[in-house]
Write a protein that binds this ligand. Sequence first.
Ligand SMILES: NC(=O)C1=CN([C@@H]2O[C@H](COP(=O)(O)OP(=O)(O)OC[C@H]3O[C@@H](n4cnc5c(N)ncnc54)[C@H](OP(=O)(O)O)[C@@H]3O)[C@@H](O)[C@H]2O)C=CC1
Ligand SMILES: O=C(O)C1=N[C@H](C(=O)O)C[C@H](O)C1
Length: 250
Amino acid sequence: MSKLRVAVLGAKGRIGSEAVRAVEAAEDLELVAALGRGDKLETLVEAEAQVVVELTNPGAVMGNLDFCVRHGIHAVVGTTGWTDDRLAQLHTSLAASPEVGVLIAPNFSIGAVLTMQFAQQAARFFESVEVIELHHPNKADAPSGTAARTAQLIAAARKEAGSAPQPDATTTALDGARGADVDGIPVHSVRLRGLLAHQEVLLGGEGETLTIRHDSLHHSSFMPGILLGVRRVVTTPGLTMGLENFLDLG
Ligand SMILES: NC(=O)C1=CN([C@@H]2O[C@H](COP(=O)(O)OP(=O)(O)OC[C@H]3O[C@@H](n4cnc5c(N)ncnc54)[C@H](OP(=O)(O)O)[C@@H]3O)[C@@H](O)[C@H]2O)C=CC1
Ligand SMILES: O=C(O)C1=N[C@H](C(=O)O)C[C@H](O)C1
């Protein structure tokens, strides 16, 4: 059986370099290109890449995806910083190439995917919910893509359940003291040397709290998810939002 031809964009970065090693080590995949800043995207076509793993930064991802979609190359996207406008732009590109599959995964680690699912499940049972994400200080975006997605899922679950607004009597606060407001859910971002990627979802009700915490301790935590995404995206045309769509979570 022929191997799937895979390229990595952002190949010298923290997660990109780990992804290069993971693709090289996978028996059913062949690494045909590993591109960094300044390298020509045409290389992807010359190398006959079938799937790109996009791990660059919010400033580069849109141009890279536009190129891939126009050239019929599937994409697994870990780069964060997604907005509704960006998603709309991607939908427009994909409409012209309906055979192409793009997976956007705010987080490739199984623990983070489960954190999002558990938080969504728990959200309607508690009066208060807040998200704290903690990352290494070299991270470009805040809040993290995972925290933004978690808050969106929590907000959607609460809306569907008809939950009351969260109790919060704050009338005076320093700017930022209550975090960023993501669909009504406060999200707090910590940047600390020594950390990698961590998140807590704090839920509070009368006389009790529930904390759901996930820690990525090494970039290896993201690799099984990336490889799963690569294998599945080639037979999943259109936009898939979240790795959970490729996992059997029961
Ligand atoms: N979904 C997930 O599970 C995860 C997602 N991420 C996300 O992945 C992204 C990368 O994170 P991280 O590895 O820590 O960041 P890094 O800054 O370490 O890596 C990004 C790399 O991309 C390179 N780059 C910049 N522009 C381009 C371009 N146009 N084409 C090709 N390469 C380019 C950078 O080069 P230079 O240094 O010269 O700028 C750098 O080597 C972030 O958005 C992060 O949030 C990270 C971990 C997990
Ligand atoms: O930049 C990182 O490191 C990470 N980025 C992703 C995010 O923004 O959620 C995933 C993970 O948190 C690591």
